[in-house]
Design a protein around this ligand. Structure first.
Ligand code: PDD
Length: 295
């Protein structure tokens, strides 16, 4: 076991140590980035919203015209076994399916006899340390250079990788992607803003990944009577926001407190996490401890 990946991992119907799990270099995931993935959080060994994650996996597979190698119940069996054998209480389960290994390199799909490659493993779910949460993180804006099916959770993530690295090179945690004057999401997160007490979120379109955490945030907002506006967010609105947050299954909710070197918000608390973000984080923790950890 590496400190990051638990043994055994799952590969094509078998559970085996990571060191013994191998695939051909002709795998289309390797040659073309031709595949899909999911990241599912696990709290106290209970998997969170597995049906929703498996539904999104299926939607992405349908979107790239790749047959699912496992049924939903088959995937659940894999996930449960990984959770059971990993040494951590809180985990992050990674699933990946590629279009498999042909005996040649050809852009068009391989013959139907080529089986998809299915891979899955568990990692520890490490949440953001309290001292970082207390200060929030810095982000930059970059042009969104991705393709036009950002609603699909595909493994071809080069534009996301380059955007995130640009942020890291500037000492920042996330890159916010701007397309045609609108903020769509982060390189690996959804983005919410707060203005005058209203929580704003971009709508689910083909230019944004429909986050499972995004749904949880909107459900929590609704159940606590928090006003919400779902509408495209202009870059100017982003810069004028009182609060900006990033959300994902692994980051949960994290305040972005500076953007392109400028503090988010106005007045004496500019550049600090805002009240609604702190409140939402608390609602999320309460939900996690009362619902997610109980299964
Ligand atoms: N990424 N948008 C993008 C581009 C993402 O990559 C992610 C998650 C999200 C948030 O989705 P969710 O709430 O379902 O985690 C939004 C995962 C964590 C990753 O790539 O590791």
């Amino acid at each position: 076991m590496t400190p990051y990946v638990a043994d055994p991992v799952y590969l094509n119907g078998q559970f085996k140590p990571l060191a013994e799990a191998s695939i051909s270099p002709l795998d289309r995931g390797f040659l073309y980035g031709d595949g899909v993935y999911e990241v599912i959080p696990v709290y106290s060994r209970r998997v969170f919203r597995v049906d929703e994650h498996l539904k999104r996996l299926q939607a992405t597979l349908d979107g790239i015209k790749l047959a699912n190698p496992l049924s939903a119940d088959g995937w659940k069996e894999v996930v449960f076994k990984l959770i059971e054998t990993a040494p951590w209480e809180d985990q992050s389960i990674y699933l990946q399916v590629t279009r498999g290994t042909d005996d040649k390199r050809d852009h068009a799909f391989p013959p139907a006899s080529v089986q998809p490659t299915a891979f899955a493993f568990s990692s520890p779910l490490v949440t953001t340390p309290a001292e970082i949460r207390a200060k929030g993180v810095a982000a930059i804006t970059v042009p969104d250079l991705r393709w036009s099916r950002c609603d699909l959770k595909v493994i071809s993530l080069l534009a996301n990788v380059l955007a995130r690295q640009q942020a890291v090179d500037q000492g920042c945690a996330e890159a916010l992607l701007i397309r045609d004057g609108f903020m769509k999401e982060g390189a690996a997160s959804n983005i919410f803003i707060v203005k005058d007490g209203v929580l704003h979120a971009p709508p689910k379109t083909h230019l944004m990944l429909p986050g499972i955490t995004y749904d949880v945030i909107l459900e929590l907002a609704e159940s606590h009577g928090q006003p919400v506006k779902i509408a495209e967010i202009e870059e100017t609105e982003l810069r004028a926001a009182d609060e900006v947050w990033m959300t994902s299954s692994t980051k949960e909710i994290l305040a972005i407190t500076t953007l392109d070197g400028q503090p988010i918000g106005n007045g004496p608390n500019a550049g600090q996490p805002g009240p609604l973000g702190k409140q939402m984080w608390q609602w999320y923790q309460d939900f996690k401890n009362t619902v997610m950890r109980k299964g």
